[in-house]
Design a protein around this ligand. Structure first.
Ligand code: ATP
Length: 355
């Protein structure tokens, strides 16, 4: 397995008119499991195909450890790639499909058998090993494709592009934890492309968030949730995402309309700011005492374990996630507080302070 380095990599499909990937310098560290997370069209597949060699970047260079691979085709990169839909040898048995990458590299028979059975056991394929792969349903075929991608220990990297799309939703949870287990076993450098935050947050050691062809933040799953560095990350991660209110900093205080919501960290120059706070960190209270902000309740979603309280604050919609026992009525006035250190200030979408 290898460390994969991108130096100033950028890609345009139309000769420089628009950039699907803007220049990026980035390292995928050896043995870590990364999720590459972002909305449709943000450039995830483009980036993955550049790593695999299916695409040569318009600009920049790629290194696998000390070897430059820019322009080297996929076959010369020693990577395993799993696509959104199963790519298997239809006529072969599941066993032979799993064994193929190992036999192809000359692994001894016993070693082939040991590795096939290990992966098959972890992915729940044991009872299907003798069946032809085309006889399996598409979800199960995709699990075989995953197994095939993960079976070879010495690949430079394993690249997975939305690998669970065709898998039954109920199986996804099980498979994600299985994938994690296999990864702990093999220690591959692994890049997992998804637009699904749950998939990214539950699977990866590190999540790389891509938006509009740029990496906007990378970090451990909890860090992205608790400490978004960019407004986009706040919106995209979380369910529902981060609330954003227009406010201002003056004399060290952060205000929304007339209400002071707290003190800004550091020496933030006065002026307008956007205040981002997750629904989980908005507290509702009946007290006006500062730093409470008046809000009118506009609706309540009863989710069972908790309520989502929708409110209007100074002309902005806001959602608070509260204990289901808290009773509020649409139309009532409530007061909001933000958990200390959990509201973030943004200028030009980039975080510049904390309240
Ligand atoms: P999705 O999740 O929908 O697959 P993505 O994040 O993987 O999206 P890409 O497929 O990498 O995004 O696309 C990034 C941008 O490049 C998009 O604007 C897309 O329209 C464009 N694009 C992708 N492939 C091509 C192509 N072969 N020719 C021209 N433009 C392309």
């Amino acid at each position: 397995m290898a460390e994969i380095r991108l130096e100033g990599v950028a890609h345009s499909y139309d000769g420089g008119g628009t950039w699907a990937l803007k220049p990026m310098t980035w390292t995928w560290r050896t043995g870590r499991a990364y999720a590459l997370l972002g909305p449709s069209g943000c450039g995830k597949t483009t980036l993955l195909n550049i790593v695999s060699g299916l695409l040569t970047p318009t600009r920049g260079r790629i290194w696998f450890d000390d070897r430059e691979v820019t322009g080297v085709p996929p076959a010369g990169r020693n990577i395993a790639q799993v696509f959104q839909f199963p790519v298997l040898y239809d006529q072969m048995s599941v066993y032979d499909n799993l064994a193929f990458p190992l036999r192809n590299r000359g692994y001894p028979r016993q070693e082939v058998d040991r590795r096939v059975r290990r992966v098959s056991g972890l992915l729940g394929l044991d009872e299907h090993l003798r069946r032809r792969s085309r006889r399996l349903d598409p979800g199960r075929q995709q699990i075989v494709a995953l197994g095939r991608g993960l079976v070879r220990p010495e690949v430079a990297a394993v690249l997975l592009d939305e690998p669970l799309t065709v898998v039954d939703p109920a199986m996804k949870w099980t498979l994600r934890s299985k994938l994690k287990e296999i990864h702990r076993d093999t220690g591959h450098t692994l890049v997992y492309v998804t637009h699904d935050q749950t998939e990214a947050l539950t699977f990866a050691d590190e999540v790389v968030v891509l938006n509009d062809g740029e990496i906007v933040q990378a970090g451990e799953p909890g860090e992205l949730f608790l400490s978004p560095a960019h407004e986009f990350v706040g919106h995209f991660i979380g369910s529902p995402g981060m609330n954003v209110l227009d406010g201002a900093v003056a004399g060290g205080l952060v205000r929304v309309g007339d209400a002071a919501v707290g003190r800004a960290s550091g020496d933030l120059p006065p002026g307008p700011v956007r205040i981002g706070v997750r629904p989980e960190f908005v507290r509702l209270t009946s007290e006006e005492a500062p730093p409470g902000i008046a809000a009118r309740v506009t609706g309540i979603d009863r989710m069972g374990a908790y309520d989502l309280v929708h409110a209007q604050v100074n002309g902005h919609p806001l959602v608070a996630r509260t204990d289901a026992a808290a009773v509020r009525e649409p139309g009532s006035v409530t007061f909001l507080r933000f958990a200390e250190g959990r509201a973030f200030l943004f200028r030009d979408a980039v975080r510049c302070g904390v309240v």
